[in-house]
Design a protein around this ligand. Structure first.
Ligand code: PMP
Length: 355
């Protein structure tokens, strides 16, 4: 008998690489190419080292209130965590506690099956259509919960709110999590539905549209009931999830709505231009409403392009997985970064022979 017999063994999620090379163009982990609001820098300056002696507020009150004000809900309907990964993990642990399988798309955020395995939650993946759209009927079968990202990752496709509402309404006995990590880039949120459906949990993040991936702040909005249960689990796990730094910078970011609109609009504009340029180079892609484009080339293999871009110090994301192994997920950067990418792609495609 070995001590290893009783160890919880898991196959971990593999995050996108975080290289740090001089002059690199980093378009591989859907970060924002712009800095956070100037108010965030001010909030950081206002922090005093001596305050760190004390624990942070376990209820994350100031950040919760700022989010409640911004989204027009009660503070009791808001939960915050260490990035939306933490919020989602807590939500899986809290709400997916059935013998029945939870449901999510086969092509989606690759952390969902990792949490399901970690927490021993049975799950079933629902195959997307060839155009990567959801098959509604898949989510009408008995289940122990549902999680759907909207827009989906890595496809970038946005599902209509009416369709998601049908799924939420058809499953009153399950919690339905809509992961809106990318909704601020032109998508429509299901947030207005939280007062209508007690079983709906909406999860968002500061990592993309608020340019703060490094601060690790995510949040969920839902019914008082769901948020209450979520807090019970959180307080049974780690009460002080949010540091004094995250609380201060998070609140400062939420309060700068003008800046938020400015940078998200810039990214949307660059995305639309990049789509036209990629199409002209022979790429096709679902019509992304996120801050990335999921593109495949008609002639040249994605892995080959991925490697050639790396050699030129340009990083995009490539998933060697069934159905998507001929696609590149390209984060939308600044206009200058995207020009450099297009230039490199032009060279690579011209230089490549047919497969
Ligand atoms: N959901 C989706 C769909 C994502 O792509 C990501 C980013 N990896 C996350 C959640 C988590 O992001 P974060 O923990 O930085 O909020």
């Amino acid at each position: 008998m070995s001590f290893e017999q009783n160890i919880r063994r898991v196959v971990p999620y593999v995050p996108g690489e975080q290289p740090n090379r001089p002059g690199m163009i980093k378009l591989n982990t859907n970060e924002c190419p712009y800095p956070p609001s100037p108010r965030v820098a001010e909030a950081l300056k206002g922090l005093e080292a001596k305050q760190l002696r004390l624990y942070s507020d376990p209820t994350a009150g100031e950040l919760v209130r700022a989010l409640a004000d911004r989204y027009g809900v009660e503070p009791e309907q808001v939960f915050v965590g260490v990035g939306s990964d933490d919020v989602l993990a807590m939500a899986f642990l809290t709400f997916f506690n059935s013998e029945r399988p939870i449901l999510f798309p086969d092509i989606t955020y690759s952390f969902y099956d990792v949490w399901a395995e970690l927490f021993r939650i049975p799950y079933r993946t629902c195959p997307l259509r060839d155009d990567f759209s959801l098959r509604m009927e898949d989510y009408m079968q008995p289940n122990g919960g549902i999680v759907i990202p909207n827009p989906n990752a890595p496809t970038g496709l946005l599902e209509r709110v009416e369709n998601l509402e049908q799924i939420i309404a058809a499953n009153p006995d399950s919690v339905v999590i809509i992961d809106e990590a990318y909704v601020d880039f032109g998508g429509e949120s299901v947030l207005p539905l939280v007062d209508k459906y007690e079983n709906l949990l909406v999860v968002q993040t500061f990592s993309k549209s608020r340019a703060m991936a490094g601060a690790r702040i995510g949040f969920a909005i839902g019914s008082r009931k769901l948020i209450g249960y979520l807090n019970d689990v959180k307080f049974s796990f780690n009460s002080y999830t949010m540091s004094r730094m995250s609380l201060a910078v998070g609140r400062a970011a939420v309060e700068d709505e003008t800046y938020f609109r400015e940078i998200t609009a810039k990214i949307v504009e660059t995305r639309e231009k990049s789509k036209r340029q990629l199409a002209a180079l022979g790429f096709s892609f679902p019509d992304s409403k996120a801050n990335f484009i999921f593109a495949t080339h008609g002639r040249v293999n994605a892995e080959q392009i991925f490697m050639a871009l790396r050699e030129r110090n340009i990083y995009v994301r490539y998933f060697k997985k069934p159905r998507i192994d001929n696609y590149l997920r390209i984060t939308v950067g600044t206009p200058e970064q995207m020009e450099a990418l297009m230039e490199a792609l032009r060279e690579i495609l011209n230089g490549s022979t047919d497969q």
